[in-house]
Design a protein around this ligand. Structure first.
Ligand SMILES: [Zn+2]
Length: 322
């Protein structure tokens, strides 16, 4: 194995649910590889969506983890689509600590109709499923920090293409993404890779005297190397991500950094829901009641929070006092 690979890496390599940062030292192109196993399996199986929705949401989860892992922030990164087709919404978010969750909003009648009339579901395009709409990503760093938001129309063959389109519009930064999602032996797993070149943000060995044509050439070569990665390679948990990086980028002097774990988790709480109840009118609160109580279910994790009249009165009393 090349000397550079393995440097800065702890003795224990994670096979699954791992984020692997790396740098192509000859060009200053940064990247991340993400592998997801139990994390994505747990999230998708909890919801029990149709297979085709699992595949889409799996892509969103994989994209969320690669995009957010490349950003420097402290808080939460959200990727969310909204559209007018059978799959109305896809959302996933990840904290800077690597805690991931996700869910989808489906028009069940429209989806059933579409699936019933389509013989081979693999022929369905992204927009056959989502209809017209957009996908947005937001970085939320708490109430005193500015929120960063990017938005792009739902277009292209898949969600990766769509996201890549966004970075193409904002021409300052070259970004390439690749994600794969599959279910084998009943278990979901996913992989993702991202490359990014930010001018002036290179590695220690980056040549600073390169002209635009050379930079362009470096970028195109790296993108070709990334796209030569097969689905099997990206998803094969027996192929260490460091070995995969060396296989793909050995001529680019790839350096790997400390791996980071990622895991599944939800940030919902009774307190957050109580805060929502505080902001709505009495009539609206009443309209949410079923059999005299509000039973709010978290869309992400399915946890149920029940507020009876006494609990609601207490919340409204607090709201009046503050
Ligand atoms: Zn929850």
């Amino acid at each position: 194995m090349n000397d550079t690979v393995g440097e800065n890496v702890g003795s224990e390599f994670l096979k699954d649910d791992v984020i692997q940062p790396f740098l192509l030292e000859s060009t200053g192109i940064r990247g991340r590889i993400v592998r997801m196993g139990p994390t994505i399996d747990e999230i998708l199986k909890r919801h029990d969506y149709p297979q085709i929705v699992n595949e889409l949401l799996g892509e969103v989860l994989a994209l969320t983890s690669v995009l957010s892992s490349l950003m420097k922030f402290s808080g939460c990164f959200t990727l969310q689509s909204k559209s007018d087709g059978p799959v109305k919404m896809l959302v996933s978010d990840m904290t800077s600590e690597g805690v991931l969750r996700g869910c989808a909003g489906i028009d069940e009648v429209a989806l059933k109709e579409l699936l019933d009339k389509t013989e081979d579901h693999s022929t369905l395009s992204l927009t056959d499923l989502t209809g017209k709409g957009y996908i947005a990503f937001t970085v939320d760093q708490g109430e005193h920090m500015e929120r960063y938001q990017g938005i792009v129309a739902l277009e292209g063959n898949n969600l990766s293409e769509c996201i890549q389109g966004y970075f193409k519009q904002s021409d300052q930064i070259n970004t390439g993404v690749l994600v794969n999602v599959a279910q084998t032996e009943g278990r979901w797993h996913a992989g993702g890779m991202i490359l990014q070149y930010v001018p002036g943000d290179g590695g220690v060995n980056q040549q600073t005297d390169k002209d635009d044509d050379e930079i362009k050439e470096d970028w195109q070569r790296s993108m070709i190397l990334m796209s030569s990665c097969t689905e099997d390679e990206l998803l094969d948990r027996d192929l260490a991500v460091t070995d995969l990086l060396y296989r793909l980028f050995h001529e680019e002097q790839v350096r790997v950094y400390d791996q980071r774990p990622l895991k599944e988790g939800c940030r919902c709480s009774r307190e957050k829901l109580a805060n929502v109840i505080k902001t709505v009118s009495l009539e609206e609160v009443d309209s949410y009641k079923v059999d005299g109580v509000i039973d709010a279910k978290c869309e992400f994790c399915g946890r149920s929070y029940v507020f009876d009249d006494a609990a609601i009165a207490e919340i409204q009393k607090e709201a009046a006092q503050s």
